[in-house]
Design a protein around this ligand. Structure first.
Ligand code: GLP
Length: 232
């Protein structure tokens, strides 16, 4: 627990940088990061100067260059500011003709890279991780997911507060895809995450609060500001 969002971001950015340094330069394979969108990691991206990634989720049905697409988000907040080679960036394509095969290819790409070293996550107000909405199978892999109304409502702030503008579906890594990462670091900021954090940490593993699946992970950490811990 850190006092505020700035100290959370500093801690997480420093943690990730240390992990990458420990891994060291490798010709055999890169250090693979899974990186989330949302407001929580923005400050981490400002601080970070790390290099490699595999994107976690993407809306279905909005163009790639839409300002709220997760493609635009990641380039805007992170990739344009670091020395990243585009071939090292993997973001799910929500406009692919065959969404199922897009998801399958994403899993194959992760596997070909030797798996995800560190998966950075946020947490939804309904306890989702990536776009694994309540009721998701804890064994799920990358797939198309219909968004819960709560998520559409929460994300409408990025779409002029108009729920009709928010995509209704998204592509997302599955809970099992995340559990397969060698390490998972979750950022939880603000009082609006307090209930979800309590359900995911203090209750049992539950597919209605999908981040709770991380209780099964041997190397998982939540970094929260004080407001997010109000219900603990
Ligand atoms: C979104 C994303 C998640 C993100 C979460 C929280 O819907 N799919 O990856 O972690 O909701 O977003 P925020 O950090 O803006 O609260």
């Amino acid at each position: 627990v850190r006092e505020d969002s700035t100290s959370v971001a500093e801690y997480v950015a420093n943690y990730i940088t240390t992990r990458i340094k420990e891994f060291g330069p490798s010709l055999a394979r890169p250090f693979v990061l899974g990186l989330p969108t949302g407001s929580s990691p923005i400050e981490v991206y400002r601080i970070l100067t790390a290099k490699y990634k595999a994107g976690e989720d993407e809306y279905v049905g909005i163009p790639r260059d839409h300002p709220q697409s997760y493609h635009s988000f990641m380039w805007h907040y992170f990739f344009s500011h670091v020395n990243v080679r585009p071939e090292n960036v993997h973001i799910l394509n929500g406009n692919a003709e065959d969404l199922e095969s897009e998801c399958a290819q994403f899993e194959t790409a992760i596997e070909a890279l030797g798996g995800i070293n560190l998966f950075l996550a946020g947490i939804g107000e309904d306890g989702h991780i990536a776009f694994n909405e309540p009721g998701s199978s804890l064994a799920s892999r990358t797939r198309v997911k219909t968004l819960a109304y709560d998520t559409i409502l929460a994300n409408s702030r990025f779409f002029g507060n108009d729920v009709n503008q928010v995509p209704k579906m998204a592509l997302t890594v599955g809970v099992q895809t995340i559990l397969d990462a060698k390490e998972v670091v979750t950022v939880a900021l603000g009082a609006r995450k307090a209930v979800a954090l309590q359900k995911c940490i203090e209750n049992g593993v539950n597919h209605m609060w999908t981040l709770s699946a991380l209780q099964l992970h041997r190397h998982s950490m939540v970094v929260a500001d004080e407001d997010a811990t109000l219900e603990l």
